[in-house]
Design a protein around this ligand. Structure first.
Ligand code: 13P
Length: 251
């Protein structure tokens, strides 16, 4: 089964609207020849709408870095799925380790967010991954299995075709320490096997699984060559269009 590759940039809490526009200009100027990859950007909420036109001209889809699980309500400071769609988002990151660790988001809430994203018409990227402590205790598979099964609970199998998984080992995020292609491939294949055994093998074969955690131009090629790695979710190295383009060329 051939799965279309994805290269996604998670800008976290970086980049003003103007900086985002400049990024797209540089990207657009030299991206030729890599149209077979889905390009996604995850800017701050406030940047999604203002850069919508430029992004669409450059064939870039936009997403949000989070959403609230309720349809609407008295939740000061929160943003709903419907608002994100209205602002031009097609995608949403859910369960990023920074949300889990810094903002106390647990599997149950992450699951509600995945369900809300789907109801709202957003394609969720469910992020999973173990901490260094968990890996050192050899618990990485248990942790990832739990995050997947809990995170995707009650989702209609047909809706799983809309979902993308991102494996982001916490110890590799922003540390410069990447999982080896072998370790990453092993975990991606494990994730695919969990999806196959919990749901259907057809879903497991078609679901896209991204690797995230210190992806850089010099390690991207080896990572993306692994059979179960369908692309990358890039943090730091996505902030410069030139670097992101170098990663894109690794496909
Ligand atoms: P880095 O690429 O900076 O390690 O960040 C990865 C990440 O968190 C993407 O969501």
């Amino acid at each position: 089964m051939s799965r279309k590759k994805i290269l996604a940039g998670n800008w976290k809490m970086y980049k003003s609207i103007n900086e985002a526009r400049n990024w797209i200009r540089v990207f657009q100027g030299s991206k030729k020849g890599v149209l077979h990859v889905d390009i996604l950007l995850f800017p701050a909420y406030t940047t999604i709408y203002p850069i919508g036109k430029e992004a669409s001209k450059a064939n870039i889809s936009l997403g949000a870095q989070n959403l609230h699980e309720a349809e609407e309500g008295a939740y000061t400071g929160e943003v709903s799925g419907k608002m994100l769609v209205e602002a031009g988002a097609d995608w949403v990151l859910i369960g990023h380790s920074e949300r889990r660790i810094l903002f106390g988001e647990h599997d149950e809430r992450i699951n509600l967010k995945v369900l809300r994203a789907l109801i709202s018409g957003l394609k969720p990227i469910l992020c999973v991954g173990e901490t260094l402590e968990e890996r050192e205790a050899n618990q990485q598979e248990d942790v990832v299995r739990r995050q997947l099964i809990e995170g995707l609970k009650d989702i209609h199998p047909d809706d799983l075709y809309q979902v993308v998984i991102a494996y982001e080992p916490v110890w590799a995020i922003g540390t410069g320490q990447t999982a080896t292609p072998q370790d990453a491939q092993e975990m991606h294949s494990f994730i695919r096997s969990i999806i196959g055994s919990q749901w259907k093998s057809r879903i497991a074969e078609s679901i896209r699984i991204l690797y995230g955690g210190s992806v850089k131009p010099d390690n991207a090629k080896e990572l993306f060559a692994c059979p179960d790695i369908d692309g990358g979710l890039v943090g730091g190295a996505s902030l410069k269009a030139e670097t992101f383009l170098s990663i894109l060329r690794a496909f």
